[in-house]
Write a protein that binds this ligand. Structure first.
Ligand code: AHR
Length: 501
């Protein structure tokens, strides 16, 4: 038995809703033949899939990062606005992009979803001027040629894009227009200067990594101009070989999902920037995307070796309770660090490794979708103190490469709402086949206990077309009594609500 004690008067912090954010890139059916599907009977008059948008609204997508990702590092936004669109050969993903989905379509989508736009700019082949011109186009009333261009394109009012990222992963050799730390600090400073001069209301992020040299250089050059620092992480790396880790192997990665946050927090604190700059974990997913041979420059290598294999991302059997349990552990960690993590973006929201899969006649809500539903709609917005005097049960598992690891079997956080009475505990049981019992101590008088859970039929359960093994189940536990036992099914994500009767 693992007893937890909760003190709702001791507040860790109020999480920013943007830690439940998302990302969508011009890659493999996320945009085209994905959310933007003109001509499909399920799409509205502007070409956006209504079924996908409805699913996105249900998990209250708070912010949507776009257009990349690697795509953005050779993307020029001016080719994709106005009546004349210039098709792009996308040098990142080596396919043609018709540019029929551009800034105006993206902002329209965000307005339909009721979410904040978050634009990542091209710091690969782009320039500080191109970035700041983009801010002019989106945010100035009518001054200058770019605001006037937006008006001429039929958008009288500014798009009011508040969140902007300078660059994607320009630290990596895989990125078009990769930069060294020195170059990066100076480029970001010049870009940030111009973007803030256009619109000081913007909040700017820049690509970073949990690396001291890179971040020190970035922050020393740009600290005054930045509001966010952007980090990315995938754990089950499958860019070249699509061999998803097993449930047990995925549990090993839950050992320390906030390591990158801890490292960047340390650097921000050392520079006395921890109160000024927040962390945007603006790409994360247990599973990396599969896009083999994309950097191959061998002769005789055709699209069948680097485009066709991307369809393997669409195999819905990949996304099991391992993905749901890992996602819940990650979101718990971001909630625990809500004082410094202000945004996190699941990469991506749609198709590829997303929480929603779409096909011509409908959608599939993958296991991770239901975790977002639980956390957004059933969990509180304020993280409160919770502790235990019992020994945490542990689980012995192995990483994908065989190394052993011992992880906590349970992952728990306690929350309350800022606008209503009651508390909600997120409780994850990682064990492959054993239930775990917890007890909740607290003085919640005249309260009822309801538990909302996802567990699937087994650890490898998944959802697919005409297959719905992973859904949220409601269990009325009964009247609250301090110390009451609650059983968590194996491989389950649970939200236990204790509400006044
Ligand atoms: O695999 C997709 C890529 O992962 C994104 O485009 C990039 O930002 C990250 O490296």
């Amino acid at each position: 038995m693992y007893s937890i004690k909760i003190n709702e008067k001791r507040v860790t912090g109020k999480r920013n809703p943007m830690i439940y954010g998302h990302f969508i890139e011009h890659f493999h059916r996320q945009i085209y033949d994905g959310i933007y599907d003109p001509g499909n009977p399920l799409s509205d008059e502007e070409g956006f899939r209504t079924d996908i948008m409805e699913a996105m609204r249900k998990i209250k997508v708070p912010i949507l990062r776009w257009p990349g990702g690697c795509f953005v590092s050779s993307y020029h936004w001016k080719d994709a606005v106005g009546p004349e669109r210039k098709p792009l050969f996308d040098k990142a993903w080596r396919v043609e992009d018709p540019n029929t989905f551009g800034t105006d379509e993206y902002v329209k989508l965000c307005n339909k979803l009721g979410c904040e736009p978050y634009i990542c700019t091209n710091a690969g082949t782009g320039t500080p001027e191109e970035m700041s011109d983009w801010v002019e186009y989106c945010n100035l009333e009518d001054e200058g040629q770019f605001a006037k261009w937006r008006i001429a394109n039929g958008y009288e009012k500014p798009h009011k894009v508040k969140y902007w990222s300078i660059g994607n992963e320009n630290y990596g050799g895989w990125e078009i227009g990769a930069k060294c730390a020195d170059e990066w600090g100076r480029l970001v400073r010049e870009a940030a200067k111009m973007m803030k001069h256009v619109d000081p209301e913007t909040e700017l992020s820049a690509a970073a990594i949990p690396d001291v040299d890179w971040n020190m250089n970035l922050l020393k050059n740009c600290g005054p101009y930045l509001d966010w620092i952007s980090i990315h992480q995938y754990w089950d790396m499958m860019p070249e070989v699509n061999n998803p880790a097993t449930y047990e192997q995925c549990m090993a990665w839950t050992k320390n999902v906030s390591r990158a946050v801890d490292d960047v927090r340390g650097i921000l604190t050392a520079l006395h920037l921890e109160d000024k700059i927040k962390i945007a974990f603006d790409e994360w997913n247990l599973r990396s995307w599969h896009h083999p041979n994309v950097h191959s420059i061998k002769q005789g290598v055709g699209k069948d070796t680097y485009v066709t294999p991307r369809d393997k991302n669409d195999d819905n059997s990949t996304y099991t309770m391992a993905d749901a349990v890992f996602t819940a552990c990650f979101l718990n960690a971001m909630n625990r660090n809500c004082d410094i993590v202000g945004m996190a973006n699941f990469a991506p929201i749609l198709n590829t490794r997303g929480c929603i899969y779409s096909y011509d006649k409908g959608i599939v809500l993958r296991s991770t979708y239901h975790v977002f539903d639980l956390y957004v709609n059933y969990l509180g917005d304020t993280v409160i103190d919770m502790w235990s005097e019992d020994e945490m049960p542990t689980l012995n598992v192995n990483y994908k490469w065989g190394a052993p690891e011992t992880v906590d079997t349970l992952d728990l956080i306690a929350t309350k709402w800022s606008d209503k009475e009651g508390i909600a505990v997120a409780a994850v049981n990682k064990h492959m086949d054993e239930s775990q019992e917890i007890a909740i101590d607290g003085d919640f008088e005249n309260a009822k206990v309801v538990m909302y859970s996802i567990s699937g039929n087994d650890k490898d359960s998944y959802n697919d077309i005409d297959r719905n093994e992973v859904t949220i189940n409601e269990e009325i536990i009964g009247r609250f009594e301090s110390g009451m036992k609650i059983t968590l099914k194996p491989h389950s994500v649970n939200v236990i609500q204790i509400l006044p009767i």
